[in-house]
Write a protein that binds this ligand. Structure first.
Ligand SMILES: NC(=O)c1ccc[n+]([C@@H]2O[C@H](COP(=O)([O-])OP(=O)(O)OC[C@H]3O[C@@H](n4cnc5c(N)ncnc54)[C@H](OP(=O)(O)O)[C@@H]3O)[C@@H](O)[C@H]2O)c1
Length: 275
């Protein structure tokens, strides 16, 4: 049976770059925009990847279930890279949408895919180094746990926290950081649960990366660049390689952690800024 790698958000950015490293298996990229996916499949085929696409909105459980069925029709699902996400600049007037896609989308993906994955497979959830900038009083794992049991209460309580910031971009920024802090926590929780089945779960937190999204966030995220060891944005292909290697099944003992891939900027800020 063919090995299958599923990459949400694979129509662009770091997800698309990651897809280029899986030449020995079927790769399914997904996202909401069919034209973008069709173009990305052509690009992948030209690189020698056996690529297909399936439209999917990860913020809708039914849509995720359809993606699971499609992936199963192609073979055994070995790697899932959940790179779908939106940033504050993409949803500054609707911060709740950020929580629904970035946080609840991750829950639907992990829950639905883990049901059909076997020992030796891996789920990689893409978070962000924004996960590390929140004041600790905003972080509540009790609220995070509601995502699996009471979605409405989870969204309401997360929105209440985000609403401590001014409407517009600042509130969307809080919602984004909260959504990604949740992803880091949730991937660790899933790693412990799914580990019993032999499914490895990891999160990876990029810093500011020069994808379409990263360029939209450069105005605010650019303040991080002086803290990066090389004082530059990350390249999409660097992050693609990081995602592909972390999600590679040969990396079998890497589980239950967040791989902070931000050029050293968070460590610099948190541990060495005073120097
Ligand atoms: N670039 C950065 O600086 C940076 C920094 C930290 C973290 N990240 C995270 O890295 C991941 C990848 O971002 P990127 O930089 O590669 O940006 P990108 O090129 O904008 O990729 C994001 C992809 O997600 C898809 N997407 C958005 N909402 C979706 C949904 N509801 N369902 C399915 N697909 C959806 C988008 O396609 P459609 O719009 O067609 O659906 C798009 O192809 C994101 O999770 C992002 O939050 C990025």
């Amino acid at each position: 049976m063919a090995k299958v790698c599923v990459i949400t958000g694979g129509g662009s950015g770091m997800g698309l770059e990651a897809a280029k490293y899986f030449k020995d298996r079927v790769v399914i990229i997904s996202g909401r925009t069919e034209a973008k996916l069709a173009k990305a499949v052509e690009e992948l085929k030209a690189c020698g990847v056996d690529a297909y696409y399936k439209t999917c909105d990860t913020s809708k459980r039914e849509s995720v279930k359809e993606l699971v069925e499609y992936a199963l029709s192609k073979g055994e699902i070995i790697n899932v890279i959940n790179s779908a996400g939106i940033s504050p600049a993409m949803s500054s007037t609707d911060p709740e949408k950020i929580l629904r896609i970035n946080a609840m989308g991750t829950v639907y993906m992990n829950e639905e895919f883990s049901k059909v994955m076997n020992a030796g497979s891996v789920i990689l959830d893409v978070a962000s180094n924004s996960a590390y900038v929140l004041p600790s009083f905003l972080i509540s794992t009790k609220v995070y746990a509601l995502a699996e049991t009471d979605e409405a209460a989870f969204i309401k309580k997360m929105m209440k926290k985000a609403s401590l910031a001014k409407e517009g971009y600042p509130r969307a920024g809080f919602a984004y950081a909260l959504s990604k802090n949740f992803v880091v926590w949730y991937a660790k929780k899933c790693a412990i649960e799914y580990g019993k089945k032999g499914i490895r779960v990891v999160s990876l937190s990029p810093g500011l990366i020069a994808t379409d999204m990263g360029k939209m966030e450069e105005k605010d995220g650019g303040m991080l660049i002086p803290f990066a060891c090389e004082k530059r944005m990350g390249k999409p292909e660097e992050l693609g390689f990081a995602l592909a290697t972390v999600a590679d099944e040969r990396n079998g003992y890497l589980a239950g952690v967040d791989v902070l891939t931000d050029g050293g900027s968070t460590t610099h800020m948190k541990e060495f800024k005073k120097m």
